[in-house]
Design a protein around this ligand. Structure first.
Ligand code: ATP
Length: 285
């Protein structure tokens, strides 16, 4: 089957610093890298490296042709990734020696995706395909409704977190993936725990502690421990995890097996510096 990913594409501008700058402080970075990133691009690459066919729906700006080319080189289908006027999305990422990160995002072309672009892409989808999206693009509500109407399985990574964005698409979702902080924020905003959401499967990632799977139909809650690794850079761990999880399900794995594969990929990812470019392949797991 195919995975249709409405997602952001960003130039990741990574600066390594000894410590995070305090307000008013000017700090020299001791290393710099420019890479392909954005939650959407990361998830597309993760889905492909996990062995699935991925169609990326999105947009880059005038300065973004290299990112479109790189996604294509990586095997992601870019026929529905538009070139638009104006700047591409970008992320300025500060990474300190403790492995912590601070990130500033410019949305750029990611916020100029139109409903017509989504409709043109999804008109090619087949029932049984999977649609995924995150929170860094425009037209998410339209995408959720259109994917549902097309008979696709719909998964959503609620990051960066906005309670209103989750509430707007909740009724259409089959799978919701959040990290622990996002899950707490959602519970506080909606006044109900994940078990009470109208979504068949809710997955909460717990960083080095692993992940929790809530199947709301049966009321089952299961926690899975993560492989033990020494983290170098946690950027992209969640995207890698989600991409592998959705690819596993797309390829017919049961939830437990897909979660186990996603955890291996997430754990390996935190041992690497960088984002989309260094997402592990399935052979490397
Ligand atoms: P990020 O925003 O940094 O990409 P996130 O907050 O969305 O990540 P996490 O919960 O930190 O997501 O991590 C996602 C998954 O990656 C975890 O469920 C786990 O499988 C794996 N992972 C993350 N950190 C570690 C770690 N320190 N050791 C082992 N596995 C990890």
């Amino acid at each position: 089957m195919a995975i249709w990913n409405l997602g952001s594409v960003n130039a990741d501008l990574v600066y390594r610093v000894r410590h995070m700058p305090t307000p008013g402080e000017t700090l020299s970075a001791y290393d710099h890298q420019k890479g392909l990133g954005g939650k959407g691009a990361n998830m597309s690459v993760a889905c492909h490296r996990a062995g699935s066919h991925v169609e990326h729906i999105g947009a880059v700006g005038e300065d973004g042709t290299w990112m479109k080319d790189r996604l294509a080189t990586y095997g992601v289908k870019v026929g529905h990734l538009a070139n638009l006027p104006g700047p591409s999305g970008q992320a300025v990422i500060l990474l300190d020696d403790a492995g912590e990160n601070e990130i500033i995002i410019l949305d750029g072309a990611n916020r100029d995706i139109t409903e017509a672009m989504v409709d043109a892409a999804l008109s090619r989808a087949k029932p049984g395909d999977t649609a995924i999206f995150q929170n860094e693009t425009s037209v998410q509500d339209h995408f959720a409704r259109a994917a549902r109407a097309a008979g696709l399985r719909l998964a959503y990574a609620a990051a960066p977190f906005e309670a209103a964005a989750v509430a707007a698409v909740m009724e259409h979702l089959d799978i919701l993936v959040m990290n622990a902080v996002e899950a707490e924020q959602l519970e506080a905003a909606l006044g109900q725990p994940p078990e009470a959401l109208p979504i068949a499967d809710v997955v909460i990632t717990l960083g080095g502690e692993g992940c929790r799977w809530i199947n709301t139909a049966t009321g089952t809650v299961r926690t899975f421990a993560a492989p033990k690794v020494t983290p170098v850079d946690t950027t992209g761990a969640g995207d890698t995890f989600t991409g592998y999880l959705i690819a596993g399900l797309d390829q017919g794995l049961a939830m437990e097996a897909a979660l186990e594969m996603a955890q291996k990929a997430g754990a390996l990812m935190v041992t690497r510096l960088g984002t989309a470019d260094v997402i592990p392949t399935r052979d490397e797991l």
